[in-house]
Design a protein around this ligand. Structure first.
Ligand code: NJP
Length: 229
């Protein structure tokens, strides 16, 4: 049985690019996001139900994350890699945007990632698998961006907390901390000149998951060369 790679935020950007790279590396895919049409198109592109399963999921809902993992195990019987990647940014100052959007951001970026961790850990322990979380350079340095930077600091802390929890279980943990990446994330703003591509980030993910079992790549921080902070 080929190994199984579960990705949240798989409908576009970093998640979709990682799905394509993982499929080429021989993984079966479990794709989660809210956009059914995009997920189903990607699942079909990656080989249909034998190779890729689309599971419409709002990561902010615990029951939906439990259902996602149940669907993955039902279809493929195992999870070898779980990538908690779903997230979004927002207006770039504390006096911009609406506090309601902050609520959605915390629910998605922080609680959504925590739910993915919690839901997938039992299966990852069984497979001695690999957990990855998408943080940000903004989760390493405080940056303008309303509450976004704070949500990513939370993901940074979560990844190390989980790493210590899983230390004796054989599960590896990687925090991916990208700088500016050209994806739909920037629909309401402009990335820097010469940003990273989603393929650049997907290649970093695949580097981490293809190390030998005794090598645990705990963090990858990658910026576009010209990113100042
Ligand atoms: O952006 P985008 P990225 N439940 O918008 C999904 C971080 N990051 O690939 O639900 C489930 O293409 C959404 O799907 P949908 C960033 O914070 C980025 O750049 O269908 N899924 C889509 O698949 C994020 O954590 C940059 O709308 C939900 C995906 O999330 C990660 O990279 C820099 C959801 C977002 O894909 C991927 O973002 C950086 C929900 N409630 C960190 N809400 C950058 N691009 O520059 C959203 O440091 N999604």
């Amino acid at each position: 049985d080929d190994p199984v790679f579960l990705i949240t935020g798989a409908s576009t950007g970093i998640g979709a690019a990682t799905a394509r790279h993982a499929a080429r590396a021989g993984y079966r895919l479990v794709l989660a996001a809210r956009s059914a049409d995009k997920l189903e198109a990607l699942a079909a592109e990656l080989g249909g139900p034998e190779r890729a399963l689309a599971v419409v999921t709002d990561v902010a809902e615990w029951e939906q994350q439990q259902a996602l993992v149940a669907a993955a195990l039902d279809a493929y019987g195992r999870i070898d890699v779980a990538f908690a990647n779903a997230g979004f940014g927002g207006p770039r100052g504390f006096l911009e945007g609406e506090p309601d959007q902050w609520r959605e951001m915390v629910l998605t970026n922080v609680l959504g990632a925590a739910y993915t961790v919690r839901a997938t850990i039992p299966a990852l322990k069984q497979s001695r698998g690999h957990l990855l979380l998408t943080g940000s350079v903004a989760g390493r340095k405080a940056m303008p961006g309303s509450l976004y930077s704070a949500t990513k600091w939370a993901v940074t802390a979560m990844s190390e907390a989980v790493r210590q929890d899983l230390n004796d279980s054989g599960v590896r943990t990687t925090l991916l901390s990208p700088g500016a990446v050209e994806t739909p994330f920037w629909d309401n703003g402009a990335p820097l000149p010469n940003p990273l591509t989603d393929d650049d980030v997907a290649e970093a993910v695949m580097f981490a998951v293809t190390r030998p079992p005794h090598v645990d790549v705990n963090e990858i921080l990658l910026r576009p060369t010209e990113q100042p902070v």
